[in-house]
Each structure stands twice: as C-alpha cells, then as structure tokens.
Design a protein around this ligand. Structure first.
Ligand code: NAP
Ligand code: GCO
Length: 261
C-alpha cells in the first residue's frame, strides 16, 4: 500500500447529494479535506446559500446546485453541469433522504411513495446518470447512505425501512453489474446520528433518547463527523477491492442486545 496517497482524493470530482447540512455536509467536507472537488445539491435555495457560506467558513470551495434527486431530467442536467464546471464525477454519495414517522396503517400511500421515491428511486436515478461517465473514465466510487433500518424495523418507519432495505440490495446489485468496470459500490449504514432528521427524537425528556443510548455500546448519539473517515476510505483507492459491502458506523448497535434496564 502507498500510504497516505491511497487514502487521498486529490483531483477527484465528488457529488454528494443532499449535502447542504447534516451527514452529507460532513462527508463533503471530509472529501474536500482529502483533496476532492466538491459538488452538492439540494432543493431549497435558502439551504443552498447557507451551505455555500458554511463551506466557505471552513475554507472549502463547494459548487452547489438546486436539483431534486427524484426528477430524472433535473438529475441528468445536474450531472452535465458538474461535468462542465468541475469534470466527470469520480465519486457519488447518494445521501439525500427523508423519513416520515407514521404508523403504517395510518400512513397515506402518497407519503409511503414519497419516501420510497427519495430514499430508493433517487439513488437509482442518480447512479444511472453517473455510471456511464465512470465507465468511460475507467473507475468510480458509489457510496449509498443506508441505515440501521437496512437491517432492522421499528414502529412508524415502514416506508423508510423498505427504502433503506432496498438501497442495501441496490448497492449489492450495482457492485455485481459494474464491478467489471472498476466501479466499487458500497453502503454506509449510520447508527443514530445527531442531525436535523433525528432532532424530533432527541427532544429533552424524550424516552427514545434513553432508549437509543441503552441500545448503543458507545452510549452516545453519533455525530456526522463519525462518518467522515469511513466515507473517505470507501471513496479512496484504499478500498478498491471492497465492493458490495455495507459498512455500519453505529457505535455497535447492531452487535448489542441492549443495556439491561
Ligand atoms: P437531513 O439532515 O434531513 O438532510 C437531508 C438532506 O437531503 C438535506 O440537505 C435536504 O435538503 C436533502 N434532500 C432531501 N430530499 C431531497 C431531494 N428530493 N432532492 C435533493 N435533496 C434532497 O438528513 P441526515 O440526517 O443528514 O441524513 C442524510 C442521509 O443519511 C439520509 O439518507 C438519511 O436517511 C441517512 N441516515 C441518517 C441517519 C441519522 O441518524 N441522521 C442515520 C442513518 C441514515 P433540501 O431539503 O433542501 O432538499
Ligand atoms: C428513526 C431514525 C432512524 C435513523 C437512522 C438509523 O426514526 O428510527 O430516524 O431511522 O434516521 O436511519 O440508522
């Protein structure tokens, strides 16, 4: 191994979807620190403007685009614009995602469909748009942000668990279909991470908070920064023979029965 060069992303073009804040922002920041040129997208101009200012505060020149990952025409334009502005994408992180916490029998079909659309259909749409350029370049890295719910269920998250379970298998299928082209497709399965998406679960006195701490050997919520090293590893040449793997970054939740009350 050529250390640390194999862990460098110098000269690479990375697209992190939904990286205006939260996990995506942390991963894009780490990629920039490892030398990559960063592109990100989101749907809201307000989020985009705030994100550009936040990246700049960290000394990072990120390029942001308003683009809805569920819209194939917008995604194809996004990929073409990035190719014009920065170059052909070498690294794709399918990070954009939502959750709706509603008991299944009370959930409207359109709510279920929206979660599947953003969390599962969109990684298909974006990967389909990016893979041809990776094949031409002779290499590529795709990282799908999965979840504990790629392996486990819980009340009120039926759509999200179905999407993230599907995303695990989409990851394995992209690995299977495009490994010949030197494209590695892996997943990162974050545990419970303190971001806006989980803010409702972390309100003071919320019993879910103590529940998660009891289920986590590390006895703490994860931070977006906990995902940075694993993401750089999977985006770098150091992982060129790692393919179809879901790397769980969960503080040990999946290995642990939970602290005795
Ligand atoms: P978050 O704080 O809610 O951020 C989600 C990001 O996705 C935002 O930038 C949002 O920006 C963007 N987005 C949502 N829908 C979009 C769409 N249709 N097109 C483009 N951008 C879109 O979420 P997070 O906690 O950072 O989670 C990021 C990813 O990690 C998600 O896939 C989530 O399922 C997964 N994850 C999270 C946790 C956790 O504990 N937080 C754990 C495991 C997995 P706009 O709203 O402006 O579009
Ligand atoms: C929930 C949480 C989880 C986390 C994450 C865990 O409501 O249970 O939002 O789904 O977001 O996906 O890995």
């Amino acid at each position: 191994m050529n250390y640390p060069k194999d862990f460098s992303l110098q000269g690479k073009v990375a697209l992190v979807t939904g990286a205006a804040y939260g996990i995506g922002f942390a991963i894009a920041t780490a990629f920039a620190q490892a030398g990559a040129k960063i592109a990100f997208n989101c749907r809201s101009q307000k989020h985009l403007d705030q994100a550009l200012a936040d990246y700049k505060k960290l000394g990072i020149k990120a390029t942001g685009y308003i683009s809805d990952v569920t819209d194939e025409a917008q995604v194809n334009k996004l990929v073409a614009d990035i190719a014009k502005d920065l170059g052909t994408i070498d690294i794709l992180v399918n990070n954009a995602g939502i959750i709706k916490r509603i008991p299944m029998c009370e959930m409207k079909v359109e709510d279920f469909r929206q979660v599947i659309d953003i969390d599962l259909n969109a990684p298909f749409i974006v990967s389909k748009a990016v893979i041809p350029g990776m094949i031409k370049k002779g290499h590529g890295k795709i990282i799908n942000i999965c979840s504990m719910m790629s392996e486990l269920g819980r009340e009120t998250v039926s759509a999200y668990a179905a999407a993230k379970g599907g995303l695990k298998m989409l990851t394995r299928n992209i690995c299977s279909e495009y490994g010949y082209a030197n494209i590695q497709c892996n997943g990162i399965g974050p545990g419970y991470i303190a971001t806006p998406q989980t803010a409702p679960l972390r309100t003071p006195g919320n019993p879910f908070n103590s529940f998660i701490l009891a289920k986590t050997p590390a006895n703490r919520w994860g931070t977006p920064e906990d995902l940075q090293g694993p993401a750089v590893f999977l985006a770098s040449d150091a992982s060129n023979f790692v393919n179809g793997h879901i790397l769980y970054v969960d503080g040990g939740i999946l290995a642990y029965i939970g602290k005795q009350p």
